[in-house]
Design a binder for this molecule. Structure first.
Ligand SMILES: [Zn+2]
Length: 432
């Protein structure tokens, strides 16, 4: 059935930051069919009255580890290395497919209610993650991080490469392309050059993208200089990692030369300001990346280091943090912050989405602007960036299908998910 949003304030996310008042946005067969200030003739289908509401492209959470919702508040106050090795890895060792499935469903519910329509994930038990994502109706780029602590290995028999080939065969392109599988190197510090070359070869040969963690901490960045004599960005480049559509989470410690290299290679940086602040990893030089011509998207990172998946937190931080760091109120405009959360993320995922324009995927969210903290509205983009919260989302449409409306989940049985978390996933996690 076609859907028409009528008399809505539409934030198109085009280059001109256009906000169209009293707009009509027609959705047909999963795509945006028309955007106009005139009502389409002969419409039949569901009409949604958009008066007092703002319609914008759905948010793209471009770097997360969805099942880590199970570890919300598990270990606060540690640096990345201590946090991972002493707290997270031992907890994750107790996860099984069923608890990952439960954690995924919980994370998807949290993201859907906060306006996310697509996400890029890096985790394990990926079959369960994909199945829950399809059931929930979101789109996603699914990856499982490749690691090897042996310098030499065979991609034919390496469990990570076997899994990558299975995932690609089973899921890549599912749901009309809404599920994509990308290759993924977990990080420079958890794998040898042979793995980078093999992952790059596989991605290139199969038309997949590439997801990595890059220069998240100073120790990682400087350790690479000792190990390989070059920065992580340069080390990956030598082995063809950037030859495909690639997106690199964090980029906190990258150099000016790295920025020039990554911009030239078309690599997207995924900025995760909350996670980087919480783990004390540092503050990525977002204005320098933007000035250097890099595509920059936004991510929450896993809930264990955030501890939320409300991407509106990242939007506001992206637009405020760097002003404070540079003592300058100009860097990162509201429009830039919103583009990072929408179309820049869609570009990183290889999707025609993140804008309200004919032909784009109908990934759309509606926000109720008749709320005290959104009143008055002198500037829609300003209110979206500096005042809105995920809880202002009253409708989430992913791929033309309404999956959340007025507080109701239409694709997730939240009671069942919460019961499964309580009765299975948490007891298993807490068992000694
Ligand atoms: Zn991460």
């Amino acid at each position: 059935m076609d859907t028409l949003f009528s008399y809505v304030t539409a934030v198109l996310m085009d280059d001109a930051d256009t906000v169209l008042k009293d707009a009509f946005v027609l959705v047909s067969q999963g795509k945006i069919a028309m955007v106009s200030t005139a009502r389409p003739e002969g419409f039949s289908g569901r009409e949604i009255d958009g008066r007092g509401k703002v319609l914008m492209p759905g948010l793209v959470n471009a770097h997360t580890h969805v099942p880590m919702t199970l570890l919300r508040g598990w270990a606060d106050g540690f640096d990345l290395h201590t946090w991972l090795h002493e707290h997270i890895f031992p907890a994750e060792a107790r996860f099984d497919a069923r608890s990952v499935r439960a954690g995924t469903a919980l994370g998807l519910a949290e993201m859907i209610a906060a306006g996310v329509t697509s996400f890029s994930d890096m985790y394990f038990f990926c079959d369960e993650i994909v199945e829950e994502t399809i059931a929930a109706g979101l789109s996603a780029n699914i990856t499982q991080g490749l690691t090897s602590f042996e310098a030499d290995f065979s991609p034919e028999t390496h469990p990570g490469f076997i899994k990558l080939r299975q995932l690609k065969e089973r899921w890549h392109g599912a749901e009309g392309g809404r599920i994509r599988v990308d290759a993924c190197i977990h990080g420079e510090y958890t794998s040898p050059p042979k793995l980078w070359a093999a992952a790059a070869d596989y991605a290139r040969a199969n038309g997949l993208g590439m997801h990595v963690h890059l220069s998240e901490t100073k120790e990682e960045h400087e350790g690479c200089l000792c190990r390989h004599g070059v920065t992580p960005a340069r080390a990956f480049d030598r082995f063809g990692v950037w030859d495909v559509r690639a997106y690199a989470a964090h980029c906190v410690w990258i150099t000016d030369e790295d920025i020039a290299l990554l911009a030239e290679r078309g690599v997207t940086a995924v900025h995760n300001p909350v996670s980087n602040l919480k783990l004390g990893s540092g503050i990525a030089r977002l204005p320098a990346m933007l000035a250097g011509g890099m595509n920059v998207a936004l991510g929450t990172d896993g809930v264990a280091s955030n501890n939320s998946q409300d991407l509106f937190d990242e939007i506001k931080l992206a637009a405020t943090l760097h002003k404070g760091v540079l003592n300058d109120p100009k860097p990162v405009t509201a429009g830039e912050a919103l583009r990072m959360a929408t179309r820049n993320g869609a570009l990183a995922q290889g999707r025609n989405a993140g804008r309200i324009a004919p032909g784009c995927d109908a990934d759309l969210i509606l926000l109720d602007f008749a709320r005290p903290h959104l009143t008055p509205c002198h500037n829609v983009l300003s209110n979206l960036v500096f005042s809105a919260r995920g809880s202002d989302v009253v409708l989430n449409m992913s791929g033309g299908r309404i999956i959340y409306e007025n507080g109701n989940f239409l694709t997730i049985d939240l009671e069942r998910v919460l019961l499964e978390i309580r009765e299975y996933a948490l007891p298993r996690l807490r068992a000694q």
